[in-house]
Design a protein around this ligand. Structure first.
Ligand code: NOJ
Length: 554
């Protein structure tokens, strides 16, 4: 397998609004980020991915962009961004921007022009259609954020398509002028010195010709026509012409992606269109259809999904590994245990970072933040949470049940401010009120407390990332899942004569584990663990709640 810099690195994701407030207005910003670059560097990561920093009316907190070439006033100025970029580079940290080009904000100049009518040169930048008949949308597609995917504009008697919120009109990528704009935007940031992009819902940018009706399913009606469209590869190939002029990297966000399909985009070789892809399969082990239809967590499913991605991509393509981001609730509250926060936080980190791929770590994950469980909908901020709540109400589901789902599954669970210290407002802001409430557990769970505790999750992440950096087996070894009971995920990695065994328990029960005969635990070095005292009985041991151990044979 070819070694590449982007395979060696690990990435820290910042969701700017909630990371650190440097100017005291209650909102995270670039000044705050600048003050925390040393913290990020010390964690042992190699790159930062910024969720959108651009001007935005915040219908979807930055994923509705009003100007692709500037920085939101909430966060600072372009000059301040350049300082952050330089300072990150000085510390050896790469910087990755979010490229959101499936849609813009309705506040983008292009859209404002586009609304003026068919004669306007920007009209075809978006997907405008006449109704099927008066008052009837052009087709039956639904927005993934709820409601119809079409919004009517009376002045021009046409509808525009929005696969997300109505403030997020879809761009018409079939228009060569739009593709040229995208290429110019990519160039703009690469010329400034950024090192790559995370590409938002990139598999949605080409729509089926004629926009036919979709299969009538809730929330995703039309997805078979607006995802993986006929010109997707062609458009990505065009963008790649720009990327190829720089030493940069790309990771595409790809809902409903399978390994087979992913290989068509990320297989190494002349026609590799993206360096890696974020799939969602492993995020569906405690829900069906949407995050909000919550089911008990199934570790067996998680293992199967991981084993498939590891096996199918090995030697051909590269995985992008994550367990949290700004769209996913906190992992300890989902796949781990708040009661065994420290143990399960470390176990979950080990479980995915010891696999082959580039690991992504979301702000707060490294200190084991948990879901805030905000009990009433009026205290939420996220458009998709409001819409799902309204939809459930329409379906006749009692609010009390909906709120249970919401407290578990809302994206806002990941968006409360970063917990820096036990001081007022968790050290996130000096303002009286932060823009969004802080998880009351900040008095115990915060960076300061984690730094000072040698057994903390934070210190474990540092050790784990250092171990990954120093050992090629973690990056490049092949992967074999061991046969165990459903609550134990154990795998062996092999590389150039070395072997590494990773054991992860997903239960608070004690379970007997025995290593395979050809892996002699007594001859191996225990390199990572989450309990003191790690005795062996023959070639195995009884696991403790959410135990993890990593053994290495050199
Ligand atoms: C995926 C982003 O991660 C999410 O936050 C956003 O709402 C949608 N794409 C739409 O841009």
């Amino acid at each position: 397998m070819e070694k590449k810099w982007y395979k060696e690195m690990s990435v820290y994701q910042i969701w700017p609004r909630s990371f650190c407030d440097g100017n005291g207005d209650g909102i995270g910003d670039l000044k705050g980020i600048l003050s925390k670059l040393d913290y990020i560097k010390e964690l042992g990561v190699d790159a930062i991915w910024f969720s959108p920093l651009y001007p935005s009316p915040n219908a979807d907190y930055g994923y509705d962009i009003a100007n692709y070439r500037d920085i939101s006033e909430d966060y600072g100025t372009l000059e301040e961004f350049k300082t952050v970029l330089d300072e990150a580079h000085k510390r050896g940290l790469k910087v990755i921007m979010d490229l959101v080009v499936n849609h813009t904000s309705t506040e983008h100049e292009w859209f404002k022009e586009s609304m003026k009518g068919e004669d306007n040169p920007y009209h075809d930048y978006y997907i405008w259609r006449k109704g099927r008949k008066p008052g009837k949308e052009p087709n039956n597609w639904l927005s993934t954020f709820q409601g119809k995917a079409w919004e009517y504009c009376k002045d021009i008697d046409k509808y525009y398509l929005h696969v997300f919120a109505k403030e997020q009109p879809d761009l018409n990528m079939d228009n060569p002028k739009v593709r040229q704009e995208v290429k110019d935007i990519i160039k703009f940031w690469l010329d400034m010195g950024v090192d790559g992009f995370r590409e938002d819902v990139i598999t949605f940018i080409s729509k089926k010709e004629g926009l036919p009706n979709g299969f009538p399913i809730p929330t995703a009606c039309g997805i078979e026509h607006y995802m993986n469209g006929p010109h997707l590869k062609e458009y990505l190939r065009e963008f790649k012409e720009i990327y190829d002029q720089y030493d940069c990297f790309t990771v595409g966000e790809a809902p409903m992606m399978t390994t087979k399909r992913a290989l068509e985009f990320i297989k190494e070789g002349d026609d590799q269109l993206l360096n890696m892809m974020f799939h969602f399969e492993h995020m569906g082990c405690d829900n069906v259809i949407t995050n909000w239809i919550v089911t008990p967590f199934k570790p067996g499913k998680l293992k199967k999904v991981y084993a498939r991605w590891q096996k199918d991509l090995y030697g051909k393509a590269w995985n992008a590994n994550y367990i949290e981001n700004h769209d996913q609730p906190r992992i300890i509250s989902r796949y781990g245990s708040e009661k065994y926060r420290q143990q399960s936080g470390k176990m979950l980190a080990t479980m995915y970072i010891c696999q082959s791929g580039t690991p992504f770590i979301y702000q707060g994950q490294e200190i084991g933040m948990t879901n805030p469980k905000i009990p009433t909908i009026d205290r939420y901020k996220d458009v998709s949470s409001f819409n799902t709540y309204a939809l459930f109400r329409k379906l006749g589901i009692p609010d009390s049940i909906t709120m249970k789902f919401c407290m578990y599954a809302s994206r806002d669970n990941a968006r409360t401010p970063m917990q820096w210290s036990a001081e007022k407002n968790a050290g996130f802001t000096t303002a009286e009120e932060p823009w969004f409430e802080i998880n009351p557990n900040y008095t115990e769970i915060n960076v300061e407390a984690e730094k000072n505790n040698p057994h903390s999750i934070l210190n474990y992440y540092k050790k784990l990332l250092k171990f990954r950096k120093e050992n090629d087996i973690v990056k490049y070894g092949d992967f074999e899942m061991l046969k165990t009971c459903k609550d134990i995920f154990a795998y062996v990695r092999t590389y150039e004569g070395q072997k590494m065994l990773v054991l992860c328990s997903f239960t608070d029960k004690e379970i007997a584990f025995r290593a395979p005969k050809d892996f002699d635990l007594n001859a191996a070095e225990l390199v990572l663990w989450n309990y003191d005292n790690n005795p062996l009985v023959h070639n195995g041991f009884m696991t403790r709640p959410y135990e993890t151990r990593v053994y290495l044979i050199k």
